[in-house]
Every structure is written in C-alpha cells, then in structure tokens.
Ligand binder design. Structure first.
Ligand SMILES: Nc1ncnc2c1ncn2[C@@H]1O[C@H](COP(=O)(O)OP(=O)(O)O)[C@@H](O)[C@H]1O
Ligand SMILES: [Mg+2]
Length: 293
C-alpha cells in the first residue's frame, strides 16, 4: 500500500495488537503495574475494565510476554465457555493429566494435583481472561471455585479479568457477590489524553519508519484526538485513512485536511461542526478511490 511512499518498514497503524508497538504510558502503565504488583502480593482476582478499543487485548499480550520465568500462564481470548469447557481448557494449559471422559470432580482433582506440583516447583499459575464480560454466569462461578484451590500457604491460581464495562454489570449480580468481594485490585483503562495521543502517533510513526519519520502536523494530531476521543483503535483507523488520503494525492506530509477527510469517512469518529467547513467542497472521501487515484 503506502509503505514505500512514506518509507515505512510496516504499516504503523495496523489494528493487530502488536506488542512491539506498545506504548507504556498513562493508564496502560498504571494497569500493567497494578497487575504485576498484585500478582506478586495478592491472592484474589485482578480486574481491568476498559471501553472497546482502549487496549485490553494489547495489555493481555504484554502481560503474557512479561510473565515468563517463574510463571505458567493460560490465556483465554474468548471465555464464552461452559464451566466444564473452562476446566478442561485450564487443565490442558497447565499440563494436568486428564482425559476427555473424566467427570467434573475427577477433572478438578487432576487440576489440583498439577497445581500443587507447579507450586512446589515455585511456579505461579496465572489465568488471563480477555473479553471477560462474555462469560456465562455459571462459568464465572466456576472460576471462583477454581481459585478456592489452595495450599495452607497460598492460592494455587490467580486470575486476571479484562473486559468491557459490561463486566462490572455482570459482577454486580447479587448471586456473584462472593466473587466480587475477592477482587482485590482493579483498574480502568482510560482513553489517551491529548498529549498522550500525540506521543502515541509519534511512537508508532518512528517505530515503523525506515528513516526520518513522516511529518504529522500538530493540528492534524489535535483533530485525531478530538475525533477519536483518545481511543487507540479509533486513532489507528483515522491515521491509517489519513495516510491513504495523503498517499492518494502524492503528499509527503500529514496535515489537518487529510485527517478531516478520514473523519468524514469514519462513522464511529466524533463529527465536529467546524470540520465540515474544512472539507466542504472537497467531495465525498473514499480512501480506496484516493489510494488508487
Ligand atoms: N498502549 C498501547 N500502545 C500501543 N498501541 C496500543 C496501545 N493500546 C492499544 N493499542 C492499539 O489500539 C488498538 C486497539 O487495542 P485492543 O487491545 O485491541 O483494544 P481492546 O481489546 O480494548 O478492544 C490495537 O491496534 C492496539 O495495538
Ligand atoms: Mg480486545
């Protein structure tokens, strides 16, 4: 696409949560620190809540990369599982000896034996659950029972829940209050501030550029911030479309106008009244047409 035109080694605003592009700042840094500290010292659940696109999956991947020595990790990207499916999944991930025909209680014993074994080896088991708001109620309850597995000294399993704000709604059900009480640490992933949005754009541009990073004007960045509300996924979408627009016109620098066109092509972006004046007369924007034309 436009990589060659702008001298990028890779697409700077791809939507895949690539840990090489992680920007450790603001609310992401706080959340990561909270999780790491909590895993060292606490025995309960850890909960991270964030709106769609704020970086929960990115954070899970960073966590998986950080928890190497001394940890055994299991990552559940989609926890829409029955209680038994959850137990089988965890058993498999931690290397328990089990077979598919085992009754639920046998499976639980097999899991317990393996967790005790790992504990004796000095290894801590962490279960990371992404999209936790999608868990069925009974599966949430099963999670709580899993964390009841313990030795006299410590819990054998720690759980990090990451989810959209609906996770709070799920956990405020009266019949799940026991689990809610066990959440010792929690954090909210906030959208990026105006300054952090600018750093985020610079960080991605310089990490993906072969040479001197592309010039991205301050008013263009300010508009990305206002239209995205600082949500990383929206920032990526807007910047990607703005780059397509600049590429389509053969421009070498990113300006307000390119971003304005990207905003007009992105229904999820916040429309700002003055924007329409900026792009008035410019015709309808189609990134694909711009790229080709
Ligand atoms: N701290 C960050 N540093 C770099 N990129 C990030 C960061 N947080 C989010 N992103 C990017 O924003 C996009 C959305 O993040 P994602 O983790 O998929 O959000 P969520 O899971 O909360 O919906 C991804 O492309 C991801 O790479
Ligand atoms: Mg996600």
């Amino acid at each position: 696409m436009y990589e060659q035109h702008f001298g990028f080694a890779e697409l700077p605003f791809s939507l895949t949560p690539d840990t090489a592009l992680f920007l450790n700042q603001n609310s992401h840094r706080e959340a990561l620190n909270t999780i790491l500290v909590a895993l060292k010292h606490c025995e309960g659940f850890i909960k991270i809540v964030g709106e769609v696109g704020t970086g929960k999956t990115m954070l899970s991947r960073i966590l998986l990369a950080r928890l190497q020595q001394g940890y055994v990790t299991a990552y559940i990207p989609n926890p829409f599982l029955s209680p038994d499916e959850l137990k089988f999944f965890v058993a498999q991930e931690v290397g328990a000896q089990f077979d598919k025909d085992m009754a639920s209680h046998e499976l639980m014993s097999a899991l317990y034996r393996r967790l005790v074994q790992l504990c004796r080896q000095g290894r801590q088991v962490v279960l990371i659950i992404d999209e936790a708001q999608a868990m069925p109620r009974d599966t949430v309850e099963c999670l709580r029972l899993l964390t009841n597995l313990e030795t006299e000294k410590r819990k054998l399993l720690q759980i990090v829940l990451l989810g959209q704000p609906e996770l709070d709604t799920l956990l405020s059900r009266p019949d799940l209050r026991q689990l809610k009480q066990r959440i010792v640490f929690s954090e909210y992933l906030k959208p990026l501030s105006r300054r952090a949005t600018s750093e985020y754009i610079d960080h991605r541009l310089s990490a993906s550029s072969r040479g001197e990073p592309l010039y991205f004007g301050p008013s263009a960045k300010a508009l990305v911030y206002r239209a995205s509300g600082g949500i990383p996924r929206l920032i990526n979408i807007l910047c990607h479309k703005a780059l397509i627009c600049a590429y389509g016109r053969g421009d070498q620098r990113l300006r307000l106008w390119h971003v304005a066109r990207a905003v007009s092509d992105t229904p999820e972006a916040k429309r700002l009244p003055y924007l329409f004046a900026t792009i008035a007369g410019a015709g309808a924007f189609s990134p694909r047409r711009e790229a080709l034309g």
